[in-house]
Design a protein. Structure first.
Length: 532
């Protein structure tokens, strides 16, 4: 029986969180949990980066199709993304570990030392230039809070590809027998496509950290827009493989852009990365009928440059969408929250409190607390408005820390706060109110001269009865608050309500009726003061 009761309570809490709190998910700056696989010790961090680079080098080496170079080379982009997203890894030991990783991967694949050294120099040159350009960018560019941030990140990719090309153009002449400008074109296209395919995935993780967490959707039907977007991508790839030709490589672009709009950034960028990687791998193998001679340097470079543009398009759309959503969330938060305390403002509190009342189950108690800072005008007059603002800020922080996750608290006046306690009996409400009152007394606020400013609050408490709306409940709690003020302040006053004793009168009336007597009702009143 107790287990069933516990399950019922847990279900009630879940229902409340899903219904009453779902609108807050779009307003509160709740961040997703960031999966940090990096060790905390610097040496282990650098070794971890080295192992990642070596593993990705081996993956890239196994995609060699033409010109003895990889069709997909994710190591450079992954290394640069780690240095940008996790700047604490950018240290000499990390660069040494990456250098050893590049060399070992090439040597294990059968390359001679001179070739391995040249290729490693080209790889490191691109990463170094990209890291230096990133230092010139505005702070927080990876979070993409503004549309221009997407262009900044694309510029980093282009700079990294250009840095690798400076060395790669010489290597193309020495090792691949190309003309210098032919080698420049080929190397730049090859580097750019790898940065454009891989780096947006890392940036998407950073973008997603600032997005609000979703409620549990296990068992929910899939979003039909997402299903349609994936279906369009499959159809476009099928058309590419069936008909292909020169313009066929662009067939997936609309579907990838659609995915960038429908899916969260990480998912959209993973879909884009997998699609572009397949294009880079399948086209040289002849699996896509492009009817071009990809064994020619210019043709292969053109294909890779085209795939890079394909990868950049959905990344730009996803980045701009993320910037817009972030700005919308911040604006919505500013419109519904008090700037000084971060609590709900009066309008937002009233809206959510009304929702809480409407969701209240029959028989569930709900408490409303009205909290007012005692002698606040005297604090402002004596110590200045700066100290008064500090009192309000600290009290707001204390209220957030003292209340439960599904309680509602708002600043409804200059120094007045309102709190809704759902599924809370009068006795439990009194305990919470006392905790708040003692918490206010324990605040340490110092004036400019170092003196401690005493802070106390008066609290009015009202419990819902049948037929209550928010306006009447706040009025009753406000009356109790003023009684607490008149009674000496720094105290809790429970409201007078004409609802206690009705059940007893009904029972007595039934007994009297059974004996044939007349029935009268006298509203029972109760009042209890707390001289604290």
């Amino acid at each position: 029986m107790s287990r069933c009761l516990t399950n019922f309570i847990n279900f009630s809490d879940l229902r409340w969180n899903l219904l009453a709190g779902v609108s807050e998910l779009s307003e509160r700056p709740v961040t997703l949990r960031s999966w940090n696989l990096l060790p905390t010790q610097p040496v282990l961090q650098s070794l971890f980066v080295g192992f990642v680079v070596m593993g990705l080098c081996i993956v890239g080496i196994h995609t060699q199709v033409l010109f003895s170079l990889a069709s997909v080379w994710p190591a450079n982009a992954a290394l640069l993304a780690l240095l940008i997203v996790k700047p604490e890894t950018n240290r000499p030991l990390t660069w040494l570990a990456a250098t050893v990783a590049y060399l070992l991967a090439d040597l294990l694949a059968g390359s001679d030392m001179s070739r391995s050294v040249l290729l490693t120099l080209a790889n490191l040159a691109g990463v170094a230039v990209g890291a230096m350009v990133f230092r010139l960018m505005p702070t927080g560019v990876t979070k993409i809070r503004e549309p221009a941030d997407a262009m900044h990140l694309i510029a980093i990719m282009g700079a990294a590809a250009g840095g690798a090309t400076v060395v790669g153009g010489i290597i193309a002449v020495m090792l691949l027998g190309m003309e210098y400008w032919e080698g420049i074109y080929f190397w730049f296209a090859s580097e750019l496509v790898n940065y454009a395919v891989i780096m947006p995935v890392a940036f998407a993780f950073v973008m997603q950290e600032d997005r609000p967490a979703r409620t549990d959707r296990r068992g929910a039907l899939p979003d039909m827009n997402q299903v349609a977007a994936l279906g369009a991508l499959v159809v476009s790839l099928g058309a590419l493989h069936a008909w292909g030709r020169v313009g066929g490589i662009a067939f997936p672009i609309p579907a990838l852009v659609w995915c960038a709009v429908c899916f969260r950034p990480v998912t959209a960028m993973l879909i884009t990365a997998m699609t572009c990687s397949w294009l880079l791998f399948a086209a040289p193998l002849g699996l896509i009928p492009l009817h071009g001679h990809l064994d020619e340097t210019a043709a292969l470079a053109s294909l890779r440059l085209g795939v890079a543009m394909i990868a950049i398009a959905p990344f730009t759309v996803a980045a701009l969408n993320a910037a817009w959503l972030g700005a919308h969330r911040r604006l919505h938060f500013a419109a519904s929250h008090d700037a000084m305390t971060g609590l709900f403002n009066r309008g937002a509190f009233v809206e959510r409190a009304n929702n809480a009342l409407s969701l209240r189950s029959p028989g569930d108690d709900m408490c409303l607390l009205m909290v007012d800072i005692d002698h606040f005008k005297a604090i402002n007059d004596t110590h200045g408005h700066g100290v008064g603002d500090q009192v309000i800020t600290e009290l707001g922080r204390m209220l957030r820390e003292s209340l439960r996750s599904d309680d509602l608290v708002g600043r409804v006046g200059g120094e007045e706060f309102a709190i809704v306690l759902p599924r809370t009996s009068e006795t439990a409400g009194e305990i919470i109110a006392e905790r708040i009152r003692h918490g206010a007394q324990s605040l340490t606020i110092r004036a400019r001269d170092g003196a401690v400013v005493p802070v106390t609050v008066s609290i009015g408490l009202a419990v819902t009865i049948s037929g209550d709306d928010l306006s009447s409940l706040m009025s009753v709690a406000d009356t109790a608050l003023y009684e607490a003020k008149r009674g000496g302040r720094n105290r809790l006053q429970r409201a007078e309500r004409e609802y206690e004793g009705v059940a007893a009168q009904v029972a007595a009336a039934r007994a009297k009726w059974s004996r044939g007597g007349a029935i009268t009702f006298t509203p029972a009143r109760r009042r209890r003061n707390f001289d604290l």
